[in-house]
Design a protein around this ligand. Sequence first.
Ligand code: NAP
Length: 302
Amino acid sequence: MPKKNSKIIFKRITLIGIGLIGSSIARRVKRDGLANHISVSARSQNSLDRAVELGFADTVTLDQEDSVKNADLVIICSPIGAYSDIIQNIRLGLKPGAIISDVGSVKQAVIRDLSPHIPEGVHLVPAHPVAGTEHSGPDAGFPELFEDRFCIITPTKQTNKKSINQVTQFWQSLGSKVEIMEPNHHDLVMAMTSHLPHLIAYTIVGTATDLEKTLANEVIKFSAGGFRDFTRIAASDPTMWRDVFLNNRDAVLEMLQRFSEDITALQRAIRWGEGDTLHELFSRTREARRGVIEAKQEKMYD
Ligand code: NAP
């Protein structure tokens, strides 16, 4: 007998990909009884076995088409580069009226890859929870990951209001604050707030590891001077981030161009001893930090 629960928006949920994000959704749904059934698919049997051991999957299968049968909500939680294959694998298994959503960090490319393959009567509602850590895999998730964090929904021209409302309610039940945004705007904002910072972290840590051995060892030893925070970000999943940069190329290049101009200006200010320029910038950036704290977005995982 299915459980009666007023919190249930989708009775049967399928998660394709059960890493940090997928397993955090599953844990929260299980903990709060937000669905009657969670079906899980992934790339490897190891991850599926782990999902069963950890107790947040009701059924698991490597057969992706089978995993979406009878699902009311399917959420793709894999790296973005796998979406094209996944949609081809599942499209015939989706039931009419089902909602297909995702958690990808880029939205225009996701819509480009998914929309042409969405069957008649199935609703695509792309989404991006702006929450994460540098850890990956089914063990990395935790049910509070989305608490007080934004989830951005980027509907397509075909997405109907009812599906948007249902997905909105679902993310709210996971603890998120939901914003609706145009996909291209999402990609531009994320290029600045998330993708460029990751690129900078990868670069700084890469540069440090290229230093001659003694100097590189000193960098690690004295990392509390600022370097440490970059190493956390630069430890993020290489596959996920490769796919983000390849799929948000234009917006990242645009923000990188601006960043390069600004860093060149700073270089000049240091060379010419223009202390006022430096002081004025560092005062403005301090204000930006206050804004982040006021928006309650300062938690150490992002
Ligand atoms: P993750 O921990 O590395 O997990 C990825 C999952 O996807 C794994 O379960 C993996 O299966 C599965 N997978 C990979 N290729 C697949 C395929 N071809 N078919 C089916 N499953 C496949 O990654 P994550 O951090 O949860 O990220 C997942 C998505 O969330 C990405 O699109 C990312 O852009 C987005 N996102 C991430 C963050 C973050 O901070 N990490 C934040 C917001 C959004 P196996 O375990 O079997 O290999």
